[in-house]
Design a protein around this ligand. Structure first.
Ligand code: PEP
Ligand code: MN
Length: 325
């Protein structure tokens, strides 16, 4: 952490800040460099709590942190590419399925065909966060039986979105990975609940969230006991397709966690989604989450960005050729 002093603040102010820092962060190493005071501690998790008091001192202009000081667990690095329920060590992991489960027949058909086309896990959303309260909100709890059936028929793990803390325990009984959607990346109570579920958690980056905010949300999960975390770059399609390949690389490097890409929501368009999928894999993404179904044209949600099973098969074959899966 660096404490940066105002230009005209004198030595007395800097001494005052140094002793406050010593009290708040016992054992921290302090180094004075002109108008800056650098602080190193073996307990970086304490910095977020100490910073407001330091920032409030007279003569202090601001306090700045590195990403890893704020999210030490997320930044621990090393190879954390776990193998269950998804195996990220053997090449890109492919999660596919319609945006939402709509009814039993169409979902079971999609699940079977996507498995055959190369999916390693199924998107299995029964709760949908929608911009409009009048739009389809997902099939809800009746869908749990349907996705459980799909899991049994295909033997594929299920990835499902929890939109509320009250859904977590029941979803975790059946589903293998709990998805925290872009809108909920900053829903800290939901993050804590998902972390305690014992299931892997897929954490999407919120629209416009910085790397630091994304890692801090991962830190909520790690600090509450989640061991298997998948980060997912979902970009933003509002002003044209945007997917930040640089962030995928950085997040992988800093955290050692698997980082996958969601070309569907990043593009909003099925042709562009297919293109973005291969770009994301070339950029080093550990996998893809793709909206795919046998009948995208009749989808109630996100049909425009849903690829056909045939397109998904081509994407899966290319991913497989890239990495000896
Ligand atoms: C989804 O995966 O269908 C979804 C709602 O995504 P996001 O949270 O990225 O909008
Ligand atoms: Mn969707």
């Amino acid at each position: 952490m660096i404490i940066i002093f105002e230009k005209n603040s004198g030595r007395a102010r800097r001494d005052e800040a140094a002793s406050a820092a010593e009290k708040l962060l016992p054992g921290a190493a302090l180094r004075r460099r002109g108008q800056r005071l650098e602080l190193r501690t073996r307990h970086p998790e304490k910095l977020a709590d100490a910073a407001p008091a330091l920032e409030n001192l007279p003569g202090v202009e601001k306090v700045s942190f590195s990403e890893c000081e704020l999210s030490p667990l997320a930044c621990a690095g090393g190879d954390r590419r776990f193998s269950s329920p998804l195996d990220f060590k053997r090449g890109p992991a492919l999660i596919a399925g319609p945006c939402a489960v709509e009814d039993e027949a169409s979902y079971l058909r999609a699940a079977a065909e996507l498995r055959e086309a190369g999916a390693h896990a199924l998107r299995a959303a029964i709760f949908k966060p929608r911009s409009s309260p009048y739009a389809f909100q997902g099939i809800g709890w009746p869908g749990l039986r349907i996705i459980a059936k799909a899991k049994k028929l295909t033997a594929l793990p299920l990835v499902t979105e929890a939109t509320d803390t009250r859904q977590v325990a029941r979803l975790a009984e059946v589903c293998d990975v709990l998805q925290i959607g872009a809108r909920n990346m900053r829903n800290y109570e939901l993050l804590k609940e998902a972390a305690g579920s014992g299931r892997a958690v897929l954490l999407k980056r919120a629209m416009h969230a910085t790397l630091r905010e994304w890692l801090l949300s991962a830190e909520y999960l790690l600090s509450r006991g989640a061991r298997k975390i998948i980060l997912c770059e979902r970009g933003d399609s509002a002003g044209g397709p945007v997917m930040d390949m640089g962030l995928i690389r950085k997040a992988r490097k800093i955290t050692g966690l698997p980082v996958i890409a969601d070309p569907s929501h990043a593009s909003g368009n099925r042709r562009l989604a297919a293109e973005l999928a291969s770009r994301a894999l070339r950029a080093g993404a550990d996998g893809l989450m793709m909206e795919a179904s046998p009948d995208p044209l009749s989808a109630k949600v996100d049909g425009r960005q849903t690829v056909s099973v045939e397109t998904f098969r081509t994407i899966a074959a290319a991913a497989c050729a890239r990495n000896r899966r």
